[in-house]
Design a protein around this ligand. Structure first.
Ligand code: SAH
Ligand code: MG
Length: 220
């Protein structure tokens, strides 16, 4: 095949087949999301594997996810947790949370995952007020207009040296000087934050590329 005909999808097919084949639980999770009529906006298998690797490399014991959907990214993340580790995942839609809970139960992750239903901004405020133990890793993947607010709240819930990840951070608005968007504002916020060191990892999609912004918390 001539180089010009290769798409990001072609490269992703190779990476996925080689490094991120799905087992039965992940395949069933996607099938259950489809029959439950959930939108197909979960991370890809290759990005799921990337999240899994980052959590392992970081030795994360407590992970916070904002945006559960059907538990697909949650499965990749929770599988990186050691014995006694915990994933707290926040979700607005009770139907999504129900599908996710069944998927995570089927994957044998019941003891490691706790889904909290409600608007993430309110749940985060309550977690701060209630003195929630700090997290080693936060994955932000809910409504894009909420990202900067979630960042502000998640920062206080992240331990020194902890990681904050933001998904879908290469929106079309990055090419415009006049337009903005939730994830473009998020990138600007983490890039200029005095206590975050950040960069963006391009992620292959079936159509084009997207981004995963990664930040590490340094000092208060
Ligand atoms: N992380 C998932 C995908 C999440 S999709 C995966 O990759 O598998 C985004 C999710 O955020 C949807 O389920 C949507 O219902 C939820 N969401 C949207 N607005 C929200 C809000 N204000 N608070 C919490 N969750 C929200
Ligand atoms: Mg996403």
């Amino acid at each position: 095949m001539p180089d010009t005909l290769k798409t990001s999808h072609d490269y992703d097919v190779y990476i996925t087949a080689t490094f991120a084949p799905e087992d039965e639980a992940l395949k069933t999770t996607r099938a259950e999301m489809e029959s439950g009529k959930l939108p197909k906006i979960n991370v890809s298998a290759s990005e799921g594997k990337l999240l899994h690797m980052i959590a392992l490399m970081h030795g994360a014991k407590r992970i916070l996810e904002i945006g559960t959907l059907g538990g697909y990214s949650g499965t990749w993340l929770a599988r990186a947790l050691p014995e006694g580790g915990k994933l707290v995942s926040l979700e607005l839609d009770p139907h999504h949370a129900e599908v996710a809970q069944a998927n995570l139960d089927r994957a044998g992750l019941t003891d490691k995952v706790e889904i909290r239903v409600g608007p993430a901004s309110e749940t985060l405020s309550k977690m701060i007020a209630d003195g929630e133990p700090l997290f080693d890793l936060v994955f932000i993947d809910a409504d894009k207009d909420g990202y900067v607010d979630y960042l502000g709240k998640a920062f206080g819930l992240t331990r020194e040296g902890g990681l904050i990840l933001g998904d879908n951070t290469l929106p079309d608005s990055i090419f415009s000087e006049t337009e903005t968007s939730g994830t473009k504002r998020y990138n600007e916020a983490v890039a200029t934050h005095p206590h975050l060191i950040s960069t963006l990892i391009p992620v292959l999609r079936s159509q084009g590329i997207d981004g995963l912004t990664i930040s590490i918390k340094r000092g208060r």
